[in-house]
Every structure is written in structure tokens, then in C-alpha cells.
Design a protein around this ligand. Structure first.
Ligand code: URA
Length: 244
């Protein structure tokens, strides 16, 4: 199309490919539809092959129905550094997790980590996936490494494991362990809920101050060797495994 000359060539795609990617018809069927005059671009019937269109600006229709470009789903893992907010837009203009990821898709964090919490954060443009992961019904395990202000007393540990009341509601059973022998100020805790500031509040309940909080895993996903501030993409197998 002539007007496409105004757009960067990398945005252009062949009309039949665009239609095959964004409808349930195979490329061969699409070519037939084009020959039959069932396809319009910017309200003009196109019957020739080899036409290129710009998905961002051209109005493509099959039998009069507008064909929308399917949004590619994307799943990101970020090693969140401290001193960054987990929102898409901060009213105080502080740096956000979105600022760290330079891709064009609009991303949303799956849950949130506090400003000072570090570690594994998932982000996606797939709202259904994000909502499912955050829903308590799915009981996705999240593990945190916690540096406490004093050694964790055995009786507090047992109480926390079986559940304590926060905001009048008991926390679900969780796991607590000491990852380093002879260091009872550093604990790992695995919870399946995601209440606001849950880990900090659980320890604060018994008078412990959380000096450092780091999320090391989310379900079967771990940070691997991602350095703070670095991010990567999850594979489709890693994504699908969540609900197997
Ligand atoms: N629990 C907290 O208290 N803070 C976090 O950032 C994550 C879990």
C-alpha cells in the first residue's frame, strides 16, 4: 500500500501472513479469500498477492470484520534490586521495575515486592496468567531468605509454621528452615499466600525486625545467575508448568 512507505519497513508484513497469524485460517485458505475479494485494506478490496501492510496503522478486514493483531504474550523474570518500587507508575517519580525492562510491551508485575525487598519478580502482559498465579486457590510457593534482627526462637518458629493471626485471619501453614548451619538469624520461609508485607509482618508479630528480605523462588522458577537489575524471558515450558 502506498501509504506504508511512511512507516519503518520493519513494521510491514505480508497481508496473507498477517491474516493467517491473526485468524484461524491457514495461509492457503487466506490466499483463496484474497482472490475471492473478501479482504479489504483501508476499505479497498485487495485481490492481488504480495501486498504488504502495516499492522499498526492499516485497517484489515475479512468479510467486513476487522482483524486485530493478536498480542504476543510475554513472561519476564527480574532480579529486583533494593530501592525500586513495584508499580507501573510512581507518583513520587521513583524508579520502577518497569524502568529496568526496555521492551515495548506493556507489562504488569505479578504481585509486588516492597521497596527494600530484593529478588525474583515476574512480570507479564498476560492478565489471566498473573491473576491465576496470585490467586490463593493455586497455592504457588514463594521462598524468601530473611535476615532477622536476632536469632529465631524455636517456639516462635513452630508457631509461625502452623499459622498466626494477621489482621484477624490465620496465615496458612508455611515452611521455615535455617539455610546456614549455626546461623539462626538467617531463615528461609516458604509461603503459599501473598498478603501485603506478609513475611515482614509474620516476624514482626514476635518482635523480630527484618533487616533483609530476598525472594529466591516463585513456584518452580529460581533466579539462576541473574544479577540484581538483570532480567530474562521465561520459556513457554516454564510458563505452562505452573498449572500442570
Ligand atoms: N513479604 C513481605 O513482607 N515483603 C515483600 O516484599 C514480600 C513478601
Amino acid at each position: 500500500m502506498e501509504k506504508n512507505n511512511n512507516y519503518p519497513p520493519e513494521n510491514l508484513v505480508r497481508l496473507n501472513k498477517f491474516l493467517a497469524n491473526n485468524t484461524n485460517f491457514a495461509r492457503r485458505k487466506i490466499d483463496e479469500f484474497i482472490e475471492q475479494g473478501r479482504v479489504t485494506v483501508n476499505r479497498k478490496v485487495i485481490t492481488g498477492q504480495g501486498v504488504q501492510i502495516n499492522p499498526l496503522s492499516d485497517d484489515v478486514r475479512l468479510d467486513g470484520e476487522k482483524v486485530k493483531e493478536k498480542v504476543k504474550k510475554i513472561y519476564i523474570i527480574l532480579n529486583k534490586p533494593a530501592g525500586i518500587v513495584t508499580t507501573t507508575d510512581d507518583e513520587k517519580n521513583r524508579q520502577t521495575v518497569i524502568d529496568l525492562i526496555n521492551i515495548k510491551e506493556k507489562l504488569y508485575p505479578v504481585g509486588r515486592l516492597d521497596y527494600d525487598t530484593t529478588g525474583l519478580l515476574l512480570l507479564t502482559n498476560d492478565g489471566e496468567f498473573a491473576n491465576k498465579l496470585m490467586h490463593p486457590k493455586y497455592k504457588v510457593a514463594k521462598t524468601y531468605i530473611v535476615k532477622l534482627s536476632k536469632p529465631l526462637d524455636e517456639k516462635h518458629k513452630l508457631k509461625l509454621i502452623s499459622g498466626i493471626k494477621i489482621d484477624g485471619r490465620k496465615t496458612a501453614p508455611c515452611k521455615i528452615a535455617f539455610p546456614n548451619k549455626n546461623d539462626t538469624e538467617t531463615v528461609s520461609i516458604t509461603i503459599t499466600e501473598g498478603r501485603n508485607r506478609q513475611v515482614r509482618r509474620m516476624f514482626e508479630h514476635y518482635g523480630y525486625f527484618v533487616r533483609k528480605l530476598h525472594r529466591s523462588s516463585y513456584g518452580h522458577i529460581t533466579l539462576g545467575n541473574l544479577a540484581p537489575g538483570q532480567w530474562g524471558k521465561l520459556s513457554i515450558e516454564e510458563v505452562n508448568k505452573f498449572f500442570k
